[in-house]
Design a protein around this ligand. Sequence first.
Ligand SMILES: [Zn+2]
Length: 657
Amino acid sequence: MLFLNYFSRSIHHLISPQTIQQILSRIDITEIIGGYVKLKKRGANYLGLCPFHNEKTPSFTVSPAKEIYKCFGCGRSGNTISFLMEHEKFSYVEALKWLANRYNVEVEESELSPEIKIQQQTADSLYILNNFARQFFSDILHNSEEGQNIGLSYLQERGFHAAIIEKFQLGYNPTAPDAFAAAATAAMYNPELLQKSGLVVMRDGKPFDNYRGRIIFPIHNPQGKIAGFGARVIRNNDRAPKYINTPENEIYIKSKLLYGSWFAKQAIDKADECLLVEGYTDVVALHQAGIENVVASGGTSLTPDQLRLIKKFTSNLTIIYDGDAAGIKAAQRGMDLAFEESLQVKLVLIPDQEDPDGYVRKFGAAAFRDLVAANKKDFILFQLETSLAAVSGDSHKKALLVNQIAETISRINKAEDFTRQQDYIRRSSELLKIDETGLNTLVNKFIRERISKFENKAAPQESVTDPAQPEKIFIDEELNELLNRDEQQERAIIRSLLEFGLKPWSDEITVADYLLPELEDEDMFDNKSLIRVLQLYKIWYDQKLEPTSRNFLYHEDQELGALVVSIMDFPYEVSENWKRVYEGKIPTRDELYQEEVGSTLTYLKLRKIQRLMNMNQRDLEKSKNTEEQLMFMQTHLHLKQMEKELMGKAGTVIVKI
Ligand SMILES: [Zn+2]
């Protein structure tokens, strides 16, 4: 489906650089982070309790000047965008869009294909319609006689308080055939869109409400937008399904949604555990009881996308089901995938056919927590135990079971979880009363089979590791420093460009106008990433985007951002000469930027000339005839002359690099 690709596609095709620039220019890090963390001013910085780890004394520091944050407790650091990405689990694009919305920046998108544009417009319209519907249903619940008497009283009977009804934005669809359809039509929503949303059904060309007389549960996507609805009957009725859900459309992609994920993500992150329950009411009830790290699958087995969504927050999944067989069956499907995703899956069965909602209402939150903690069973072993009970002496069935468990264990990523795999082999062989080594061999057989299947699928390719190529060399710090020292001039000129590029060089041109043509020759640079910084700078500069180091700090390519940070931190010292000239009263770099730019460029050119001279020297030594020798010697003299001129310039150097 095209629409799915749209979200995973890379940013440059979506948000125009002009928009990104507008967003970045408005970012106020203390304001954004201040929305999540209570910050107090301490000198130039702000201090607060870290949102990423539990602490009593604040060690989370925000620097408005540098536009970065750092926690001295857990070590996490970054900029506004990485904060949103980490805290809200946003992608880079999502973080930018969130900021655009916050600062009222209109997002200009570029290079979208017409099909994707149409899909996106439909998606946007559906979100708007869903929001309209949410307001309508909530208004009916609270402000109409039918809503209060039937919907609200039902929710109150189930023990839901006003605050939790509000939080989960629950609503009610009246029993009249077209209450919502009429309201939506009056609000100019077109029939096609209404039908697509699943909120209405068409009969004889006329729209009717699909969720008549039902409680409405808005289903939020992980970014907090309403993707669809679950509509629950109030009185259980054999003829009507208990729940009706939104049909699949551009924004309601069932396999990618988990009910409650928007409200649970921070709690899951903090608890490092995700509780999975069956019903929407279980999620709401547990939240009300203060247990917020909980989502619901809506009774179906987990899909790979849902597992990946959970994996974004935690590797610990605890499935909580009432003790009935259907629930367990549902949970079992898709579990092999959970192992491939390296999730640690535990199972808790609630006794006496009770669901989490009923249990927490009867016994309270503390009892529920205790129940979960005391009854967590390993999912694989639980599965094995129940299956083993059903085998009861049938040796053929037992053989099938052994194969099955070996297959499951073989899916655990051996490289990541070797001990875990060994542990499963040991415990399963105990339960099955079979030889541990034998089971181990069987597991390995399944692993080999999977690998060979995978290799056959892939196009025939040469082995990646070339035996002639030596192993990747470990670069130690000394060597690293040596490499960086050789790069000093390259880094320094880029720093000058980023820092002073927009300042005047003369009356007519800027520093960037002066430097960019001088640096056009890529031979001046060894570091490919620095060339990229230069190229990006040039593109942005030509587009009149007035680039600075900030643009790179927030760039999607985090490596580039890190490189620029390291350049900006690059130490410099004022040369002794100038200390003497100014008799201790040293001018600031801002006052002397033109001299710094000039000298940095001189040093870079000087290095290039010295390299050319070395090369020329080697050629000269290898040369066979006098004609060649003469040519190399002329080149040498020419280079020497250039060096001399540059050295003369360098004599006036203020900043020693
Ligand atoms: Zn921290």
